[in-house]
Design a protein around this ligand. Structure first.
Ligand SMILES: *Cc1c(COP(=O)(O)O)cnc(C)c1O
Length: 364
């Protein structure tokens, strides 16, 4: 039995008719940049997920960039983030001329370790970018206590955690700004690029809306420095078709994860922790094994697709060589990069496929 790591074609085949009808409407109305479809999506997204409002943008990197602009980070400032994440979590810090500082993660959840975070703070620290990696919320109580003590601006990178809650609060409005990505492989994926910005602070929404369209709220009058971070109309239209399915897709991801957690019985394997403060939406199901590469080869032989997410932690990426980190600087993240293995976990997987993954793992 073949089990691909990810197959986006199934979801898109199922939604082909409503998706193409929505695209045709937007095409005929020539609503190409922002417009009604994006406005509708912003309202639907906020209402469905529990946010006061949302600002649609043209990638998941865009709201991170905008958030760093709003926070006022700049040259001489340090912003702390996690080293075990997608590189984009840190890019915004560079775009505004500040310095990324990486604090190590905790073994169980792959997320920022509050004690390491506290230890990384210096008089130059201005903010924190928390990542809710693989759909699992980070320890926000401890992180927010540290932020309040040092007066730090907190950005939550929720690119992998749409629909996740921390102690009953949707991720993204615990800190100052929350950011989402609708890249096709995300839990809520567009047919192209997309992202969103949320905040519990209404004034930040207003400023984000202005920054999104070249720092203006009237055409050709620019009160602040902005950029082009607009969501396109086709993405708004498609995401409106997909959003009503998100809850059911998330439940399916959680059911697959529960099956993995119950069924995998492999010596030396470390399954991801499930802390009681919030339930993961399982963007990924990532385990650890000391013989990861051999295990991966074994699974490939059994026609099970896997991925290494992530093979190199950010502090050891070439682009950050000048920051001065070396092998051994952040041992927990480095160990995760060397022994992590992500299993297939998309909603369209059948139980038989999931059981084949489990049986293949257990026969290693
Ligand atoms: C996907 C992702 C992003 C960036 O999103 P893009 O839409 O690709 O720009 C940022 N952070 C994390 C953790 C991601 O997984």
């Amino acid at each position: 039995m073949k089990v691909p790591f990810l197959d986006l074609s199934l979801q898109h085949k199922a939604l082909r008719e409503p998706a193409l009808a929505a695209l045709a409407t937007t095409y005929d109305a020539t609503r190409f940049c922002l417009g009604k479809d994006v406005e509708d999506f912003e309202k639907n997204f906020a209402a469905t997920l529990g946010y006061p409002q949302a600002v649609g943008m043209n990638s998941g990197t865009a709201p991170l960039h905008v958030a760093c602009m709003l926070a006022g980070f700049g040259p001489g400032d340090e912003v702390i983030t996690a080293p075990f994440t997608f590189i984009s979590s840190a890019w915004g810090i560079n775009y505004v001329g500040a310095r990324p500082v990486f604090a190590d993660i905790e073994e169980g959840t792959f997320n920022l370790d509050p004690a390491r975070l506290a230890a990384a703070i210096t008089p130059r620290t201005k903010g924190i970018i928390v990542v809710h990696l693989f759909g699992q919320p980070a320890r926000m109580d401890e992180i927010m206590a540290i932020a309040r003590k040092h007066n730090l601006f907190v950005i939550e990178d929720c690119a992998q955690a749409v629909g996740a809650h921390y102690e009953g609060v949707p991720v993204g409005i615990i800190g100052d700004v929350g950011t989402f990505s609708f890249y096709p492989t995300k839990n809520l994926g567009g047919c192209g690029e997309g992202g969103a910005f949320v905040s519990r602070r209404p004034e930040l929404h207003t400023r984000a809306r202005h920054i999104r369209v070249h720092g203006s709220d009237r055409r050709y009058y620019h009160d602040i420095v902005g950029g082009n971070f607009r969501m396109d109309g086709f993405q708004g239209a498609l995401l409106n078709v997909k959003l009503p399915h998100l809850a059911e897709w998330t439940q399916r991801r959680q059911a697959i994860a529960a099956r993995y957690l119950q069924g995998i019985r492999l010596a030396d394997v470390r399954l991801p922790d499930q802390p009681g403060y919030g339930r993961s939406v399982f963007h990924q199901f990532t385990l650890r094994h000391p013989r990861r590469d051999a295990l991966r080869e074994h699974l490939t032989k059994h026609e099970v697709g896997t991925d290494l997410i992530y093979p190199v932690p950010l502090h050891l990426q070439k682009c950050y060589a000048s920051l001065g980190y070396v092998v051994g600087s952040l041992p927990v993240a480095e160990k995760a990069a060397s022994n992590c293995l992500s299993l297939p976990i998309f909603p369209e997987l059948t139980d038989a496929q999931v059981d084949h993954v489990i049986a293949s793992l257990n026969s290693f």
